[in-house]
Design a protein around this ligand. Structure first.
Ligand code: AMP
Length: 537
């Protein structure tokens, strides 16, 4: 039987064509790396993206090649997302917070031909340029007036595109052609590449845009960087629905974010919990309120109850969790407001909001035990969380390592529970969960509970070897006012099971984070591995 539908291939360039024609007057507003605010429309963006596509072609960029960006969230980065992928090349976004050796590794591994770089990150390139084996050009994303002095041969973005025509015919390609490349910020070994296709990117954008559409949101401010899992796909979903896009550039501190949110009247703000901790601290100190924001989408790590409560009670903002990962484009689940939640008393609703949510349509989830046997979706059993779907990686780029895939399912490395209604809650990363006397303790739960103590700024729980219980939790905290170990343990005592109580509380000046802002526990586990060895508890 012959189907009767058109065989139109999904293509990333169609998104900017669509927004440029159908939402031509909607704005993209950026805080510039050079200072000041830049403002233009989707129509302007489309025009400049085509100029850039012509410039790239002149520079020798070819289909299937990787072209890298080391850049903040700004309009030029958006232009690169569309022009590079649009000409049939691959947008390779590099996380500048990785160690220089890791950046060298991934540029060489991806065989990047051109690197586009923001002014702030030129020094990184200067440090590693001698070790880069494939790069023909470095282009600084600025105008002539701001070009830096450098021993590198640097091209200027604005000079490159200025003489070019703003007409360009996007080449056709299959929808399973590669579109974008992101590397994981793995804590062990070299970063691993995930190569997204036009199809996976578009399907993910359709699914992710439900977050906007379900809540009638129109002005989105992604703090999540475009160098980390394509800013959770927001540059693609914004053009798909034609909403105003507000880009914070390098201004990630509380005050800069507040000013941009307020001036541009953002109604959806998106980022990791640490960014919101900074923003909330600023708002508290300055006595300011968020008046335009309706939703905060939080992912990358679990938002603590105290944060959910403060957004709601001080700013009338509903915090919704999204969960996902680089290998999943990233979106796997969303915990949006349901009609049942609107009727719940606030405290009960907050408990629901602490969960990571239900799978978005297209993503299937299951939990398994150590023998890969599926565990019941009863909200209690917890096991390794497995996922599959059209925007989930089936391999790493140029890698033989298949250890993360079992029978066509991707092992997320997270430990979770699943409820009969599909609700998923992360218990821990499988490597962070603490196995004490045969029972499991969630480091995330303990951290988030400790954050409710009024002196604690940040909390990190690690499992360390213990002579009797195999492993016991150790709590490390940073504080913003004086407190004691006893005060923190007393605070925790009626909130967690007795055997979850940390064996010690250690006060530190700073906690280590990885390139994506997550707590980096590996070194801490080594540093404190003997801490409890002498104790018999
Ligand atoms: P990345 O690939 O760097 O984006 O990291 C993905 C990992 O971040 C996931 O496997 C989780 O461990 C963690 N993560 C992401 N979203 C959440 C969330 N909402 N709550 C808890 N952990 C999360």
């Amino acid at each position: 039987m012959l189907p009767t539908m058109m065989d139109t291939q999904l293509s990333v360039a169609d998104l900017i064509e669509y927004a440029g024609s159908n939402y031509s007057a909607e704005e993209i507003v950026s805080r510039c790396v050079e200072g000041g605010i830049h403002r233009y429309t989707y129509q302007d963006c489309l025009r400049r993206t085509k100029k850039l596509a012509n410039a790239l072609t002149k520079l020798g960029a070819k289909q299937g090649q990787c072209i890298a960006t080391l850049a903040w969230n700004t309009y030029r980065h958006i232009e690169l997302y569309y022009a590079v992928t649009g000409i049939g090349a691959i947008t390779h976004t590099i996380n500048p917070r990785l160690f220089p050796e890791q950046i060298t590794y991934i540029v060489n591994h991806a065989e990047d031909q051109i690197v586009f770089v923001d002014l702030s990150f030129v020094p990184i390139l200067e440090k590693i340029s001698d070790d880069l084996t494939s790069v023909a050009h470095f282009v600084v994303m600025t105008d002539r007036a701001h070009m830096p002095e450098s021993q590198l041969n640097l091209l200027c973005y604005e000079e490159l595109i200025e003489p070019e025509s703003d007409s360009y015919d996007w080449p056709s390609h299959r929808e399973d052609a590669p579109a974008a490349l992101c590397y994981t910020s793995g804590t062990t070994g070299n970063p691993k590449g995930v190569l997204y296709t036009h199809r996976s990117t578009l399907l993910h954008a359709y699914a992710a845009s439900q977050v906007l559409q379900a809540s009638a949101l129109n002005i989105i401010l992604p703090v999540v960087p475009m160098f980390h899992v394509c800013a959770w796909g927001i540059p693609y979903m914004a053009t798909m629905v034609g909403c105003k896009l507000v880009l914070p550039g390098a201004g990630m501190d509380g005050q800069s974010l507040y000013e941009l949110i307020d001036n541009e009247q953002a109604d959806l703000i998106v980022g990791v919990p640490t960014v919101w901790l900074n923003l909330l601290t600023y708002l508290r100190a300055a006595g300011e309120k968020l008046t335009s924001v309706k939703r905060t989408l939080v992912g990358g790590a679990a938002a603590p109850l105290s944060m959910i409560r403060e957004f709601q009670e001080e700013h009338d903002v509903f915090l919704l969790h999204g969960w996902g990962m680089t290998e999943m484009s990233p979106l796997g689940t969303v915990n949006n407001m349901t009609s049942a939640m609107t009727k719940m008393p606030l405290e009960e609703r907050y408990r629901v909001q602490m969960k990571q949510g239900k799978p978005v349509f297209g993503v299937e989830l299951k939990i398994v035990d150590d023998n890969n046997h599926e565990l019941p979706k009863d909200g209690k059993s917890f096991g390794r969380l497995m996922a599959r779907g059209p925007w989930i990686a089936s391999a790493y780029y140029k890698s033989e390592d298949k250890s993360s895939w079992v029978d066509g399912w991707f092992d997320t490395g997270d430990v979770a529970t699943l409820s009969p209604d599909g609700m998923m809650q992360i218990v821990d990363r499988s490597k962070d969960v603490i196995k004490s006397g045969g029972e499991w303790i969630s480091s995330i739960d303990l951290e988030n509970t400790a954050l409710g103590h009024d002196a604690v700024s940040e909390a990190c729980v690690i499992g360390v070897p213990h002579p009797k219980w195999n492993e016991r939790p150790l709590l490390l905290v940073t504080t913003h006012k004086p407190t004691t170990k006893e005060s923190i343990l007393t605070f925790l005592a009626d909130k967690v099971a007795k055997w979850w109580l940390p064996d010690d509380v250690i006060f530190v000046d700073e906690l280590p984070h990885n390139a994506t802002g997550k707590l980096y526990k590996l070194d801490l586990r080594q540093q404190y591995q003997d801490h409890l060895q002498s104790s018999e508890q």
